[in-house]
Design a protein around this ligand. Structure first.
Ligand code: HEC
Length: 115
């Protein structure tokens, strides 16, 4: 009985340790993705577009976080739509690093802070 208890205690200690290590790691990862998204949004090179997103979406025309939020899971499709129609680029895969970075940036509080 005692032994079972200490095994349980040991296991939960390991679990807590795992969480406390992985949470900041995941946060750091998110930060990198957001920074990458911001970079893509502001330049033509990363996305291989003719017009960078930032050129249209700045100042009064900056993307509105409320609208981005309202798009929900449709956000990658909408990004691709403007990527093709407005930025004159080629659509990117929903699970590509570029798309994940753009989505992370548009959903982050970095959106608007620099445009
Ligand atoms: C030539 C100008 C132009 C470029 C370049 C452009 N957009 Fe847009 N984008 C618009 C316009 C116009 C709208 C319609 C809504 C509005 O007026 O803000 C829009 C809307 C959007 C929306 C829908 C949210 C909303 O407010 O309706 C998203 C998301 C978006 N653009 C992302 C991007 C991304 C990402 C890029 C770069 C790959 C990009 N856009 C490049 C002009 C542009």
């Amino acid at each position: 009985m005692r032994r079972a208890f200490s095994v349980l205690l040991g296991l939960s200690a390991v679990l807590v340790l795992c969480f406390s290590i992985s949470a900041p790691l995941m946060a750091a990862d998110d930060g990198l993705l957001v920074a990458r998204g911001e970079e893509l949004f502001q330049s033509k090179e990363g996305l291989n577009v003719k017009i960078a997103c930032i050129l249209c979406h700045k100042g009064a025309k900056a993307l509105d976080p409320a609208k981005i939020n309202a798009l929900g899971d449709d956000l990658p499709n909408v990004i691709n739509k403007y990527l093709v129609e407005k930025a004159k680029g080629t659509a990117i895969a929903a699970d590509s690093e570029e798309m994940r970075a753009l989505v992370a940036y548009l959903r982050s509080d970095r959106l608007g802070s620099s445009s």
